[in-house]
Design a protein around this ligand. Structure first.
Ligand code: SF4
Length: 347
């Protein structure tokens, strides 16, 4: 019988498995405690679980791990990038960033990415496959272990903004977030988690229906279809009008503010007229804009904008709440859009 990773199981799914075997649901609480709080690596270490139940667990599950094959620390801001090997040899990257309020992580949701955004190093490799729930959960578990061992700290927040389009791996994402939020498991509150999508409208609506309290970020990066289609092929499937309708739908279900990610690229989307078009798009919507200074990657030919402050000032003057994202991990290619697809090919 094929054994599966126990990290794939939300509390409810584990409980229903145990109930099918006539085991009290209290046992799943104990198992979660051993896995996520005490971080054991074998079922035998779960000393308050009966021998019979340990045998059942051993027959059905494994407690797996991600193999860390590389770690780079930015000497300037301590951003730490990890390269993990998955059980099939594929690789994923995750990043820890240090902020005034604590440590935050950026995790990946797929091996490669099919969205093909022109400015993105992560999307240069086509999607190989979705990450399983356990592979997303284990990124957080590993990063927390590292923080505990080296600094006696833990993650206070994370974003799903690494390699991959999380809404293209929707069902696994939902189970992963369930485990991440669960007080019995990873225990990071919804409001400290952000999921970022390139604009898969059908799943933005599904997400709206779920009324998740997890923060939603949308990569807009352009104020009109002409520029956006040039940067993001997804715009040919879901254009800006459809995206705005999805944002309005979200707000009809949930009055949480959406983050609009806007990467500023020299001469492409950073002109004054673009700022005014963006204001027109967002002025009556509950959104805030995160301006991201572009980090050059060799292949794209795009350059960093010289108009970041000017763009910011125009939005600000017209009452569009916005911030300029603090740059992290520039020296180790861990900044936004710099996670390397080439690292993801099999060894
Ligand atoms: S920016 Fe995100 S969605 Fe676009 S190609 Fe890169 S990883 Fe994929």
């Amino acid at each position: 019988m094929n054994k599966v990773s126990i990290y794939n199981f939300t509390y409810d799914k584990l409980t229903s498995f145990l109930e099918q075997h006539n085991i009290n649901k209290f046992v799943s609480k104990q198992i979660f405690d051993w896995l996520y709080k005490k971080q054991v690596s074998s079922f035998e270490e779960m000393t308050n679980i009966s021998k019979k139940n340990i045998e059942l667990l051993n027959n059905n599950f494994i407690i797996d791990d991600l193999e860390e094959i590389k770690k780079q620390i930015d000497p300037v801001d301590e951003t730490t990038k990890f390269l993990f090997k998955l059980s099939d040899g594929n690789k994923v990257e995750s990043v820890i960033m240090k902020f005034d309020y604590g440590y935050s992580a950026c995790v990946s949701s797929q091996v490669g990415c099919n969205m093909g955004c022109k400015f993105c190093a992560s999307g240069k490799l086509k999607k190989v496959r979705n990450l399983e729930v356990n592979e997303m959960v284990l990124q957080i578990v590993k990063l927390n272990k590292y923080l505990k061992e080296t600094k006696n700290e833990r993650l206070s927040s994370f974003v799903v903004m690494g390699i991959g389009e999380p809404f293209d791996n929707y069902n696994n994402l939902i189970d992963f977030l369930d485990i991440a939020k669960d007080r019995k498991a990873i225990e990071i509150g919804s409001r400290h988690i952000t999921v970022s999508t390139s604009g898969l409208v059908h799943n933005i609506k599904k997400w709206a229906d779920s009324q998740s309290q997890v923060n939603l970020a949308i990569s807009l990066h352009a104020p009109n279809d002409e520029v956006r289609s040039q940067l993001m092929p997804v715009n040919n499937t879901y254009n800006i009008k459809q995206l705005m309708e999805a944002i309005d739908y979200y707000h009809s279900k949930n009055n949480r503010r959406i983050t609009i990610e806007y990467l500023l690229i020299d001469g492409i989307n950073d002109k004054e007229e673009h700022a005014y078009e963006l204001i027109d798009l967002l002025k009556n919507r509950l959104c805030y804009v995160n301006l991201i200074p572009y980090n050059s990657i060799d292949e794209s030919g795009f350059k960093r904008s010289k108009n970041v402050k000017k763009f910011f000032d125009i939005l600000n003057k017209h009452n569009i709440t916005c911030t300029i994202r603090q740059e992290r991990g520039k020296n180790i290619s861990a900044a936004c859009g710099q996670l390397r697809a080439k690292e993801n090919s099999k060894v």
